[in-house]
Design a protein around this ligand. Structure first.
Ligand code: ZN
Ligand code: ZN
Length: 243
């Protein structure tokens, strides 16, 4: 089994080190057939893109690369943030509609839309570090918010589910089956994912491998994720970027 695409790569537009072209060249050098540029949405504190419109700039860079490197398919994507308990994202629909791939990840450094409501998610997350009760509530809220997100928006992939922000995997995976959303097996945060994969795979949910590259050298570094996939007995019928 081998992989042919990396859908999770960041550039200088958010928290990455290289340009769009650097990532594309790195993907080509590793023999990939497809790459997505999926920078952090603007609500990620100090690490996101400058504004929603930055994705239009990224899209223009992607279009240039598509012409220059016909040997590889380049997608404009996003790793968006959830900014309210209602599952709202940090990009307006008019921008989301112009992207090829919408990924969403929960991040503890997200700036909520309004602190009264969206802040509750972060309050329980940070509070959960010293209180068991808040930790339990945090897991319930994280799961609820991701369910709202996949039902409200057209989401292609949930990135690193359960990383830092604990979730009920079975409940999320079932919702993702209904909404045709894949769950990511992240190559960077590998080992703890065994349990999540075991639980999720029984629901029939689709998976996608992602490098979460923050530099061109990390683009296509999917071996750790591939090993987890193979260990779980998953094949191309359930994993979208392997053959
Ligand atoms: Zn992330
Ligand atoms: Zn990422």
């Amino acid at each position: 089994m081998d992989f042919f695409a990396d859908y999770h790569t960041h550039t200088k537009f958010s928290h990455g080190k290289g340009t769009v072209e650097d990532n594309v060249r790195a993907a080509l050098a590793k023999g990939l057939k497809k790459i997505a540029i999926s920078d952090h949405g603007p609500a990620l504190f100090a690490l996101g893109v400058q504004s929603p419109d930055t994705f239009l700039e990224i899209k223009r860079e992607v279009e240039k690369c598509k012409k220059k490197y016909p040997g590889i398919d380049v997608l404009t994507g996003v790793e968006a943030n959830v900014v309210s308990l209602k599952g709202e994202l940090d990009l307006p629909k008019k921008i989301l509609d112009q992207l090829d791939l919408v990924m969403v990840g929960l991040h503890p450094l997200t700036i909520p839309l309004d602190f009264k409501e969206g802040g509750s998610l972060l309050f329980h997350y940070w509070g959960g570090k010293c209180s068991k009760r808040l930790k339990k509530k945090s897991r319930i809220l994280n799961t609820k918010v991701l369910l709202e997100t996949v039902y409200k928006n057209k989401v292609d992939v949930i990135t690193h589910p359960g990383h830092k922000m604990s979730i009920d995997t079975k409940e999320l995976a079932r919702a993702c089956v209904k909404t045709n959303t894949a769950l990511e097996i992240n190559a960077k945060h590998s080992d703890w994912q065994r349990d999540f994969i075991e639980t999720a795979k029984r629901t029939g949910v689709k998976f996608v491998l992602g490098s979460d590259a923050h530099s061109p050298a990390e683009v296509g570094e999917l071996e750790a994720a591939l090993r987890l996939t193979e260990a779980a007995g998953l094949g191309p019928e359930q994993v979208l970027n392997v053959l």
